[in-house]
Design a protein around this ligand. Structure first.
Ligand code: SF4
Ligand code: SF4
Length: 185
């Protein structure tokens, strides 16, 4: 069965997950360093406030990251959900009936990749609604795979130390578990 979005679904633009554990808080949309400025300008142009935090850092020494490999655009809700570019106010809908993205033609590579999370073997994110009916599509994921390859290429590193940023965002009931700042992984 070919991949296609489920009717009326906007789940991947709304729900954010704790990754890799609650300690790291909810993650945002992955933003590569060369995408950050563009996203900030698009936000300004659309009158939207965006919060872009670091996501992955690297270093030669163990005393803290010296280069940011990836950033993340946080959800606008206090619990870390809902992409600030998702248009939930207008009556406009995407071809499959979901809410529209205000920057669809310029959306980040990570959004172009979803729901594909691995190429060999082809793996979709189990949280994508399409996975409720099919885990491994037979086709229609070529552009998603291409975007995934681009992300992997740009994030390749031989650095001896890799750091992950804890966002401090999540559900109120989890606040004692969620941390904020860099951790060596
Ligand atoms: S990619 Fe998956 S979760 Fe996102 S809108 Fe399509 S079906 Fe829904
Ligand atoms: S930038 Fe657009 S496609 Fe990406 S998560 Fe936000 S609303 Fe969805």
């Amino acid at each position: 069965m070919d991949f296609s979005c489920i009717e009326d679904c906007s789940k991947c633009c709304i729900e954010r997950e704790y990754y890799p554990t609650k300690k790291f808080g909810k993650v945002g949309v992955l933003i590569l360093p060369d995408e950050k400025k563009k996203i900030e300008l698009l936000a300004e142009k659309n009158g939207i406030k965006v919060t872009i935090l670091p996501r992955i850092g690297i270093s030669e020494k163990s005393d803290g990251p010296d280069t940011i490999l990836a950033y993340q655009m946080m959800g606008k809700d206090p619990n870390g959900n809902t992409c600030p570019f998702l248009d939930m106010k207008s009556s406009k809908r995407s071809p499959h009936g979901g809410y529209t993205c205000k920057i669809y033609d310029s959306r980040p590579l990570a959004c172009r990749t979803y729901p594909v999370i691995e190429s060999t073997p082809l793996t979709l994110d189990s949280k994508c609604k399409f996975c409720e009916i099919c885990n491994t599509p037979t086709g229609n994921v070529d552009s998603e795979l291409e975007s995934l390859i681009q992300i992997k290429d740009k994030m390749k590193t031989d650095a001896p130390y890799i750091w992950r940023y804890a966002t401090g965002m999540g559900e109120l009931q989890d606040k004692d578990l969620i941390e904020n700042g860099w951790f060596l992984v």
